[in-house]
Design a protein around this ligand. Sequence first.
Ligand code: NAP
Length: 225
Amino acid sequence: MKRVLITGATSGIGFELTKTLCSKGHMVVATGRNSDKLAELCKLTGCYTIQADLSDSQQPLELFTEAVEKLGGLDVLINNAGMNSRKCGIDEFTVEEFDHQYAVNLRAPALLSREALKVMKLAKSGQIINVLSTVAKRSNETMSVYTAMKQGLAGFSAILMKEAQPHGIKVTSLFPGGTDTNFREVDRPQYMHPKSVAETIALLLELPQDVVMHEMVFRPPVEIE
Ligand SMILES: NC(=O)c1ccc[n+]([C@@H]2O[C@H](COP(=O)([O-])OP(=O)(O)OC[C@H]3O[C@@H](n4cnc5c(N)ncnc54)[C@H](OP(=O)(O)O)[C@@H]3O)[C@@H](O)[C@H]2O)c1
């Protein structure tokens, strides 16, 4: 049994991941803004829930403290929450959109990783999984701000790995391809089902002790890079 904190658990990949990890006997704190979805998840799985808005600079820190209290420690942090305001050209994005994406997609996971590192260093063990995207390996027109934040988090995550691993802490930068979730306004049935992505992420918690997965890139069969 591992004590796990998952952000972005009210929808898509995080929702399915919470169900998957709870069904495997892990103790999970699930977070998001949508209180109805958090209540549904709690009823379905028995997980703990914390409502928090990651676009705020203080709420990630408050939720982290509360999560560690509820769990009695922390073995795994999964920085899964993320969003893209919209697709648009570089001559169109607004300062508000940029700042919001920076706060949710880069600052919040960085702050949560910082706090987790402090707790896990004391325990001399732990695991941090940062959910990036295959966009971080590409240069898609109309996705500039989202890509910049995911590439920023990829750089942060790679350095986190180097600083954490000597302390017995495993860090994985996860690059999923297209997944059929509420992330987009339109359905994409040809993309990966969020349950399949959740089951793939859950494998990382079952790696042998002497294996660290630094990067994990996976896509639906319709995507060939
Ligand atoms: N779908 C894809 O094709 C795809 C591909 C590669 C990577 N990803 C990444 O995978 C992760 C999960 O995405 P998904 O596809 O499952 O999307 P989703 O269904 O839209 O879920 C996004 C989650 O992030 C949370 N979130 C968004 N803004 C937040 C905020 N301000 N404060 C707190 N939580 C917030 C949402 O919760 P609330 O609304 O309740 O706050 C929700 O639980 C994201 O990091 C995304 O970038 C997705």
